[in-house]
Design a protein around this ligand. Structure first.
Ligand code: GLP
Length: 263
């Protein structure tokens, strides 16, 4: 795993955007996995700035969102369909026809999950999956003890996740109880993973993800099983890591021709 520690949230966004922009430059019709939540917002803004000034063209890029709340109308401002449209599709100039979000409004969520898996496969798989991390170590909405083999399916949100996300809703009671999310197995199938995290509130989950055992109690520890995973974090999110000096040593001594992610 590549662990890149930068000073602050703005630097996380810039570094992550640079990596994503490089991938799109190399493959203009790349399939991008996109995350919701606050963590990637700065990254999307940094990518949008590149699109605006003509350095980046995302018009041929396809996107697959990680997850969606169950039972919210698709037009609800906090439905991920709407969040992705607002924060990704429009500012990055993506073709809406190439942007996919799991259908949390489906009456049969199991069938919707299978359909989503088929759509990802038909697109040729995800080239680069952008991820955030929940305070309890979740990625997508794969809550603790999700199977590492899981595929897109319905999950029940953990109380902590509902409390964390209540800030986006009028009250805690308005936060859905269920969701549909790509599984850990689905996420691990992406050709490259890029996780961003900022702030002290993520420090414990980040330490468990990078330096803890591979265990589903911390779903993000699944990244240790991926051959091409990069984690970009600020100092606060890195504050519980034991090997900070080593990660910085590695970054200081990057061979110029080195492949982007260290295995
Ligand atoms: C959310 C999303 C995740 C996200 C995580 C952290 O609920 N389903 O994809 O990474 O929880 O959210 P935030 O970035 O707002 O801290």
């Amino acid at each position: 795993m590549d662990v890149i520690i930068v000073e602050d949230a703005a630097a996380v966004a810039e570094r992550a955007a640079a990596q994503i922009a490089a991938r799109i430059a190399a493959k203009p019709n790349a399939v991008l996995g996109v995350a919701t939540g606050s963590s990637p917002v700065g990254t999307y803004e940094a990518l949008a700035a590149r699109v605006r000034d003509g350095r980046l063209d995302c018009s041929a890029v396809s996107a697959f969102a990680l997850d969606e709340y169950a039972g919210l109308p698709l037009t609800h401002p906090e439905a991920y369909h709407e969040v992705i449209r607002r924060t990704v599709t429009e500012p990055l100039g993506l073709d809406p026809a190439r942007v996919n979000v799991p259908d949390g409004s489906a009456s049969d969520l199991a069938a919707a999950g299978e359909d989503y898996e088929r759509r990802i496969a038909a697109a040729g798989g995800v080239d680069l999956q952008l991820l955030g991390i929940g305070a309890n170590g979740h990625i997508g909405f794969n809550e603790p003890c999700s199977s590492f083999a899981s595929r897109t399916r319905m999950k029940t949100l953990a109380p902590q996740t509902r409390e964390d996300n209540a800030r986006f809703f009028a009250s805690l009671d308005d936060v859905p109880l269920h969701c549909i999310t790509q599984g850990l197995g689905t996420i691990l199938d992406a050709r490259e993973l890029l996780l961003v995290a900022q702030g002290e509130g993520k420090a414990e989950a980040v330490a468990a993800m990078i330096e803890g055992p591979v265990a589903s109690i911390c779903p993000a520890s699944a990244l240790q099983l991926h051959a091409r995973a990069t984690v970009i974090i600020d100092r606060a999110a890195a504050s519980r890591l034991r090997l900070v000096d080593y990660y910085e040593h590695v970054q200081r001594h990057q061979p110029a021709n080195r492949i982007p992610a260290e295995v």
